[in-house]
Design a protein around this ligand. Sequence first.
Ligand code: ADP
Ligand code: MG
Length: 635
Amino acid sequence: MQSYIRLLPNHIANQIAAGEVVQRPASVVKELMENSVDAGATSIQLVVKDAGKTLIQVTDDGKGMNETDARMCFERHATSKISQAEDLFNLHTKGFRGEALASIAAIAHVDLKTKMAEADLGTHLVIEGSEVQSQEEAVLPNGTSFIVRNLFFNIPARRNFLKSDQVEMRHIIDEFQRVALAHPDIRFSLTHNDTEVFQLPASNFKQRIMNIFGGKNDERLVPVSEQTELMNIDGFVGKSEFAKKTRGEQFFFVNRRFIKNSYLHHAVQSAYEGLLKEGYQPAYFLFLEVPPSKIDINIHPTKTEVKFEDEKALYAILRSSIKHSLGHFQVAPTLDFQRDPSLDVPYEKLGTPAETPTIEVDTNYNPFKSTYNPFESSTSLKSGGSSGGFSRSSTGGLSSVNRKIDHWETVFDGLPESTEEVIQAQQFIEATSDSETLFDAVGTEEQQRFSVFQFKKKYIVSTIKSGVIIIDQVRAHQRILFEKYLKALKNEQAPSQQLLFSIPLYYSTYEMQLLKRVENELKAMGFVFESFTDEQVVVSGIPTEMTESEISMLLEDLLNELESDFPEETSVLHEHIAKSFAASSSVRTGTPLSVEQQENFVHLLFACAEPMVSPFGKPTYSIIDIQEIDKRFMK
Ligand code: ADP
Ligand code: MG
């Protein structure tokens, strides 16, 4: 009888297994860099070409390999890191499965040069698609250099599935940053297409964070340190006022290995309870040291998820130690964010001397009456009354609400008052003096101006010929700003406001490169740069719609956008930039608007080319027509 089962040839088995370990160029970067760390290197250089698709080279000054090991390291399950099963429970290295190099060699052209310090000569080995092409002695420096060329050369489907260089490079930078953050005592560099992206000297953890993410982090970070039986915590968390809308700068390292763990992430997040604006994310860089036997080691080496024996306890320790640090090092957050307006001094009382408080005794109070209701009281406290909305803007401060209020007027500066479009819009919006309005009965000039009102600090409500129009203030403002910014980008002659004091801004080398690529666009919008070096940009003039205090945040938001997607086509890039600025500089929900501002909004919105949708495709307004309203009263 014939047998059908056959063993797969080695190179095919390797190719299949490779799919698990190597998904993209960044996976190779991770494996090679981790091997260099495991080899005790003090300096690791990463060079990539075309986002790793053409070439990935990692050079280290670690312990190197002898002739036999140089060959052996490409065998599946060849590792120097464990020799018995028990070792698995006491791992202090990154690798242990001996799969990475075998997988990489199965799907790329690999060139290995390695020399041990105690040897006179090194070895140079070339292997392509698991086949050793050559191996010879060579004069080499101590350490190891792997060059990986033409990744997935023999699996076209995989190669075709690689994303744009932009995206693949982002993944590589992520992996590079993770390894570099986990080992501040090692020197690292990253060069892409002959441009140096990172040059990180050996340093302490805080310095490493600053070298990667920019010098600005110095004042933004709060140290966290906690030693307990279950785990040690060391590292830094960001002050709440520097939180961002993206999750970019969040790093957990467990025993110096980067991990993702949503439960622990939640623990950090919860330590910021009440300190963060909605949707904002704190930065954190945390080293957790846990006995290796307490973590589930049965995880796939390329996965970043990890399981702990005692997660609940870790959660509590993490949360409380971060809370403690935030309380200790962070000045209490500015209270005026989302504060109760009834606590404000009424406008008419501003600047008048305070009256001596009088004590009012509630004569109805009977402590033995269990159903006592203080609101029944005849002398209950009165609230401060209306504070006049905007009048409190002078408090300034860090809250976005006040920030928005501060520069409100500038949004409308320099706009033509009666262009044809505005006239059209004015015709569209019903004249306030129209006799149909209910308020007409009152008749004073003051009342007649109330053709608009703000609802829930979120919508602007007005009347039009066919009914009632409800405008979303955020989306409308985004549309107005978007078209304005777009126009500026196209015409390249937007006005600029000179700053009294220039603002220096620090970014990572990579971010600076991105910023440099949009330098002309930013100038077209009204930015003036005093200097523009590799790690610092000094801003001396800004677009008239923006305020000094928000510039750093606006540029940061833009960089975040561009990092995830950098359109090559100019018109798309312009839209991208205008959208980003429109989103981050628009008024927020919850911002009170004066009547003039509401009216201006309505006019400017309908002067837009596309007033119906926000730049993100969401409706800006909705109309309830008169028939619909009439119908409700038919009964
Ligand atoms: P693992 O790291 O899981 O052991 P790898 O396939 O990544 O498996 O590497 C196989 C072996 O090759 C390692 O155990 C190590 O002995 C050796 N090796 C790999 N890279 C280096 C390096 N840069 N320097 C010295 N030895 C290395
Ligand atoms: Mg390895």
